[in-house]
Design a protein around this ligand. Structure first.
Ligand code: G6P
Length: 490
């Protein structure tokens, strides 16, 4: 808000992402139900867009089709206090298959996350990816009220859109944020369309990644793949007469999170959750909460639980691990098989260790942010064991949920968040034994040590919240616009 009011007077902000920030659906009585999808991108961008106003262009994938919203392409959101326009693009099944399931999620997603799932690139998917990026670019041009909007493009679904928008709106300030890791140049070199992807991204004015490490990987990839001018001092790349700045902006969450409003005190949350799960009141609870995605290390943490109970059988009957997992991209074979494998593994471990209740409880459904925060508040510990993750906002949300300064975070060294949250117990998710030990350490940690660690992490997340993330990008954009205005006068 501050950045926009002081530095960007009269500016127009357009956010562009594949995922819609709200899903509108009707229940069996025809009543409108509005949900927030499980997406780190949405958790971060939604509060920022609420503060800036403007337009958010997204694919209406969860909402389904125009009929669900009475034929309206535009709707003001959030429903309770409208702050910005959500403009939906409706993709055909064929477009969604090729662009979203195919190129984005079977190609780029495994390519950028080193989770040992082979990326698949098919030529028809690529064509659909190009076509859908065109559709998003056209929507930006159609929505823009001025020739120089600030366009915030989000993620790997839209790598070609920056160039397409730049060609049509040369004065736009295009900030592209890549929410997932950028791998090293050898890995990215696998992509048969690497030149086009890089050319597309370099239509941006500013290109953001979570960490300097990913910025370096990107610059190195550009250097190997195309002919451009790279200025190592300012980390900028000039291609086709445009200079793009490559910068790290570690993403975060809003502070205080909206989902904290109306939360029960911790002792009540503990009771309510244990009752719901059918657990005795004194059980120690660990939680894991994410989309059912193979990059999250869900099976690996179950192996960690297995290692814990093998080393400490005395915990049986006194400890439970609850994994909440929102089904996602379920049409894809890798996602379907992960869900089946996780269900089988949870059953197998629970049966093998026995005890009065299942030691691993897997709840495969969507949880609203309020419910997620209640789970965080009820738990002794939260585990984030991503095999590779750009940032991971679940880790930051857990910390934000614990205003009682208790609870332990176990965090993968391969999540960007581990670079900021050093007071978590940092683990290698490929090492089940070490994870088992981290669980034990967390479960036996003194309240005073929990407090010390949690305090430092809370200060960190509060200070480096998502408004700072967006504010920093917008300030950099403002500086750039000022410089460009002066250059035009000279
Ligand atoms: C990650 C991606 C986001 C995506 C989210 C949910 O966080 O970086 O772009 O929105 O996963 O995935 P989905 O495919 O359901 O949008």
């Amino acid at each position: 808000r501050i950045a926009l009011a002081n530095e960007l007077p009269g500016s127009e902000v357009i956010v562009v992402s594949n995922r819609e920030p709200y899903i509108h659906n009707r229940d069996e009585n025809g009543e409108m139900i509005v949900q927030r999808p499980a997406s780190g991108l949405v958790s971060a961008l939604e509060p920022v867009t609420r503060a800036c106003g403007g337009t958010w262009i997204a694919h209406g994938s969860g909402t389904g089709d125009r009929e669900a919203v009475d034929g309206n392409d535009r709707v003001m959101v959030p429903p309770s206090s409208p702050a910005y326009t959500l403009r939906r693009i409706w993709l055909t099944d064929e477009e969604q298959e090729g662009y979203y399931y195919g190129f984005a999620n079977e190609g780029l997603w495994p390519l950028c996350h080193i989770a040992f799932v082979r990326p698949v690139f098919r030529e028809p998917d690529w064509r659909m990816y190009q076509k859908v990026n065109e559709r998003f670019a056209e929507a930006v041009v159609a929505e823009a009220k001025r020739p120089d909007p600030i366009v915030l493009i989000q993620d790997y679904h839209l790598a070609l859109a920056p160039r397409m928008i730049r060609d049509r709106l040369p004065d736009a300030t295009i900030i592209t944020f890549w929410h997932i890791p950028w791998p090293n140049s050898e890995t990215f070199g696998i992509c048969p369309y690497k030149e086009e992807i890089i050319d597309g991204l370099l239509g941006s004015s500013i290109l953001g990644f979570h960490t300097q490490f990913h910025c370096n990987n990107f610059i190195e990839t550009v250097d190997r793949v195309i002919e451009s001018r790279i200025d190592r001092e300012s980390d900028s790349i000039t291609l086709k007469g445009y200079e793009a700045f490559v910068r790290p902006y570690p993403i975060s969450i809003e502070w205080p999170p909206a989902a904290m409003e109306g939360q029960k005190p911790v002792p009540e949350a503990r009771k309510a959750v244990r009752k719901r799960l059918g657990l005795p009141e004194d059980v120690q609870l660990a939680v894991g909460i994410e989309r059912f995605d193979y990059t999250k290390g869900i099976l690996d943490r179950m192996h960690g639980v297995d290692a814990l109970l093998t080393a400490h059988p005395e915990l049986i009957g006194h400890f439970c691990f609850m994994q909440a997992a929102a089904p996602t991209r379920s049409k894809l074979a890798n996602y379907k098989s992960l869900q089946e494998e996780a269900e089988a593994l949870a059953r197998e471990i629970s049966e093998r260790h026995g005890g009065p209740f299942d030691v691993i409880q897997l709840v495969a459904r969507h949880h609203d942010p309020e419910e997620v925060f209640e789970l965080f508040r009820a738990a002794e510990l939260c585990i984030v064991s991503s095999l590779h993750d750009g940032m991971n906002l679940v880790a930051k949300e857990f910390v934000a949920a614990r205003d009682d300064e208790q609870g332990v975070l176990i965090l993968s060294a391969f999540a960007g968040a581990s670079r900021e949250l050093g007071e978590a117990l940092i683990v290698n998710p490929y090492d089940a034994h070490a994870m088992g030990e981290a669980f034990y350490w967390a479960l036996t940690m003194e309240a005073s040590e929990q407090r010390e660690r949690m305090r430092v992490m809370r200060e960190q997340v509060e200070a480096r919240n998502v408004y700072r993330w967006a504010g920093q990008m917008l300030l950099d954009a403002a500086r750039l616009r000022k410089k460009q205005r002066i250059m035009r006068l000279i």
